[in-house]
Design a protein around this ligand. Structure first.
Ligand code: IPE
Ligand code: MG
Length: 225
């Protein structure tokens, strides 16, 4: 989700207003994805590099995240038919304890939802995710639980934050930027990329459809011919 700040700047508003509007877009697109049958979707909300932003902006983003989680909990009963399972990708240790507890509660409360897996990447970095997987592998090897020569790709995959979820088919990046920015590095090995100049707060269901149509016309060969 990119372009919140520029969206606000264009309107002479503080950046936090852009994040507020972006959070609305997130709700809209997340729900839409579930409605049209997307089984797995991940939103990049906050990267490990985003801590370098001014403290007030970080606080504003975390506050919005917290209200979304609280809302998800409050609406649990009425949202049941939407079937959204919420999960969070990233290193939680740096996240405020109250927010972390809320994340755990939401994950637990939605764990039996089966329609759509909605992941939110928070304090997420793809390189850090791989490093974390490597650390647990090294620790297991040290304990004699696995031997390096028998390691498989699956051994790495199951240690990623995405666990048993499938790799990325389509990566959508709004706001005119054309880079991966440390997002799901391992999982994007064969992802199709789709870029748009639309700023995230302005991103609509039609833009999402456009990305899906483009994806449908891609010829995916996965290294074959
Ligand atoms: C939202 O957009 C992404 C977050 C880190 C929350 P930005 O805040 O990066 O917006 P721009 O790129 O400054 O326009
Ligand atoms: Mg940005």
């Amino acid at each position: 989700m990119d372009g919140n700040g520029r969206w606000a700047k264009q309107r002479g508003l503080p950046r936090s207003e852009g994040h507020k509007e972006g959070a609305k877009t997130f709700r809209r697109i997340g729900e839409y994805a579930g409605n049209i049958g997307i089984r797995h979707i991940t939103f990049y909300a906050f990267s490990t590099e985003n801590w370098s932003r001014p403290e007030a902006e970080i606080k504003a983003i975390m506050r919005l995240f917290g209200s979304y989680l609280q809302e998800a909990l409050d609406r649990l009963e009425e949202d049941k038919e939407k079937g959204i399972r919420l999960r969070f990708l990233g290193d939680r240790t740096r996240i405020d304890k109250k927010l972390r507890d809320l994340m755990d509660t939401v994950e637990d409360a939605t764990k039996d939802m089966a329609k759509v897996n909605l992941n939110i990447a928070v304090n997420y970095g793809g390189q850090q995710e791989i490093l974390h997987a490597v650390q647990t592998i090294a620790a297991d090897a040290q304990k004699g639980l696995l031997s390096p020569e028998n390691l498989t790709l699956a051994d790495v995959e199951k240690r990623l934050y995405t666990g048993d979820q499938p790799p990325v088919d389509l990566l959508i990046r709004p706001s005119g930027e054309q880079r991966l920015s440390n997002f799901l590095l391992w999982q994007c090995a064969y992802a199709e990329f789709w870029y748009s100049d639309v700023l995230w707060p302005d991103f609509t269901e039609r833009d999402f459809d456009e990305a899906l149509l483009a994806f449908r016309n891609r010829n995916r060969r996965f290294g074959g011919i």
